[in-house]
Design a protein around this ligand. Structure first.
Ligand code: GCB
Length: 601
């Protein structure tokens, strides 16, 4: 009755969506074995019978909600529990339990029976629970979450044991990270129960094209639960006012929107920004409405094309990160971030370093902000490039493309951030991952983010756009903004010489800045230094912008928290906004720059 699709749970006349968000019960398994929950089968009884439980917000990271360091820094299995009812009217329908994301490894039981498990954060998963639920009484939902990162997870990490008992307590270990952000954990996005008819719409793929004034919509609908039964099908394309502009009675077809309104990024002076259509699919008793935009993505040796027009990306790198909730989904925060993206004049962001919530991408689609969609492949080292790693990486790309394939805002997939792309293994690894991703979605571009040099990197030859991160005047030549121009220009020219057919995008540059610190002459960590450093980069961007340099992303949109360390001052302070999303001086610099770009395409 259910297939491989992962359509967003949307209510319709045939579908009901209930949320299980709220306060759940919570406990950590801090037993010496870290495995008591499995030995004692905690899912078979109410969690409070296994020991003390505390209240925990869902969705949220659990780390920063309490005042307890043991919760913040916990590594291992954390257990959650809640109760729910289902309507007895749903017995002859498919009842699914869906998680928007749980970080990292999740196991789910309903009334003590396993419903679903999932390997990896940031992406949705679901299970059909009809055979497990009580239709006339309460149901117990238990979720076990393990945040341990190992050489085989994505992102990879490792556990380091301290065996010297004269210096560390028995069984002491730490989680080592290969990434520069806090490993927030827990049930990060919505938990929903939704129902659909037995014969239902399982997946919808939409790929658009443009012919003159017309929009070409190629779509493919997959059904589940129909067996050999023939099902009546009606497909309508609705415009933004709900009027039918094209239709078909086939599951797979090409339809034409005459005089189409194209989807454009909001700051382009051409066209209507972010115009969205809806594919209304009616199959048997099921109805599903999938939003989409009509636009094309292309690339030449000179840069990006959207709807065959050059697109210069002036944007930011982001994180899902905020006070208290960590990586937990939060609507006020999403709204604020988009107001501030627009305030800054941003037309593009990268979902560094993992897939963001679907509710965030909805806003990108509807507000016309282009997304470079990055997978959780951050910090891949040579020992993370084995066959098992490749297989898991491909699985993650498959889940990621399945989730976001119909989003007009997404123009490029980023398969990794700053891997060891200078080792021979990287050639095999990224050749396979990048080509696989391209085969999953030939309608978009594919890349990874390199911090290696033009003459050492072995994987950029596979990408459509060379994206590179540099910290001239920060990690190197600290305090010396005077060398940035020369070093960056040399860098750009070298990339071009070795890869003359690939446009370039600066995917990170920035400086750590504690809001409120000022000094003249400037000094590292002051707002003045950040402004000065960024201005030097901008001069070089402007030299190459008319040529093959196709975009700039500043690191970072906002300050964010990291693991504790002596190079981080309560987290990474390279935001142009504070963690509370208030501007530093550099935000005004960027705003003036980006707004001036609106009309200079
Ligand atoms: C990078 C990483 C990013 C870090 C940043 C920094 O190159 O991609 O995750 O946070 O540098 O601030 O060091």
């Amino acid at each position: 009755v259910t297939g491989q699709g992962m359509l967003y749970p949307r209510s319709s006349e045939s579908r009901v969506v209930n949320t299980l968000d709220g306060m759940w019960s919570f406990r950590m398994d801090d037993s010496p074995s870290r495995d008591q929950g499995f030995t004692d089968q905690w899912w078979t009884k109410p969690l409070k019978q296994t020991g003390d439980v505390i209240p925990m917000a869902v969705p949220s990271s659990y780390n920063d909600v309490t005042a307890d360091r043991a919760v913040r820094d916990f590594v291992g299995w954390a257990w959650y529990e809640t109760d729910f009812f289902v309507s007895s009217d749903w017995q002859d329908r498919v009842v699914s339990l869906r998680f928007g994301s749980v970080h990292y490894y999740a196991m789910v039981w309903v009334n003590g029976q396993e419903a679903v498990r999932h390997n990896g954060g940031h992406l949705p998963f679901e299970g059909v629970i009809n055979d497990m639920v009580n239709w006339t009484s309460s149901n117990r939902l238990t979720v076990a979450v393990n945040n341990t990162l190992t050489p085989l997870t994505l992102p990879p990490g490792s556990i380091e044991w301290q065996k010297d008992t004269s210096r560390y307590p028995d069984g002491y270990f730490v989680q080592n990270l290969q990434m520069d952000f806090f490993n927030y954990a827990g049930i990060h996005r919505h938990v929903q129960i939704y129902t659909k008819p037995r014969i239902n719409i399982d997946d919808i793929i939409i790929v658009t094209d443009i012919q003159g004034d017309n929009g070409i919509v190629n779509y493919n609908v997959t059904l589940a639960g129909n067996g050999d039964q023939s099902v009546s099908v009606k497909i309508n394309v609705l415009d933004a006012d709900g009027a039918v502009v094209a239709s078909s009675s086939r599951l797979s077809d090409q339809v034409v929107i005459v005089n189409v309104t194209l989807w454009w990024p909001w700051t382009m002076t051409t066209g209507t920004p972010a115009y969205m259509y809806t594919l209304q699919v009616m199959a048997g008793d099921d109805v599903y409405r999938e939003p989409f935009g009509v636009r094309t993505v292309g690339v030449t040796s000179q840069g990006f094309l959207i709807n065959s027009k050059p697109f210069y990306c002036h944007g930011v790198d982001k994180h899902e990160d905020s006070d208290i909730r960590g990586k937990g989904l939060d609507y006020p925060l999403i709204a604020r971030d988009f107001y501030m993206l627009k305030w800054l004049g941003v037309n593009c962001f990268r979902s560094s370093h993992y897939p963001y919530a679907e509710e965030i991408l909805d806003q990108a689609d509807r507000q016309g902000i282009v997304v470079i969609n990055e997978c959780p492949g951050v910090g891949i080292r040579e020992n993370n490039m084995g066959p098992e790693n490749v297989a898991h990486h491909k699985e993650v790309m498959w889940e990621f493309v399945r989730r976001d394939k119909n989003r007009p805002a997404v123009v490029m997939w980023s398969t990794a951030n700053e891997p060891r792309s200078d080792v021979p293994k990287a050639e095999l690894y990224f050749g396979e991952v990048i080509n696989y991703t391209r085969s999953l979605d030939p309608s978009r571009l594919v890349t990874f983010i390199s911090n290696k040099d033009y003459n050492t990197d072995r994987a950029v030859k596979f990408v459509d756009v060379i994206c590179f991160n540099r910290y001239y005047g920060w990690y190197k030549d600290t305090g010396h903004t005077e060398v940035i121009k020369l070093q960056l220009a040399t860098d750009i020219k070298n990339w071009r010489k070795t890869h003359p057919t690939k446009p370039l995008l600066m995917s990170e540059y920035g400086a750590g800045t504690v809001a409120g610190l000022h000094q003249e002459p400037s000094y590292v960590f002051t707002e003045d230094y950040q402004v000065e450093l960024m201005s030097e980069y901008h001069k070089v961007f402007d030299t190459y912008r008319a040529q093959y340099f196709t975009g700039e992303l500043v690191w970072n949109f906002a300050d964010f928290i990291t693991a504790e360390g002596v190079t981080r001052v309560v987290g990474n302070k390279k935001g142009v906004l504070t963690r509370q999303r208030q501007p530093k001086a550099s935000a005004h610099l960027l705003r003036d720059r980006y707004h001036a770009m609106f009309d200079s395409k």
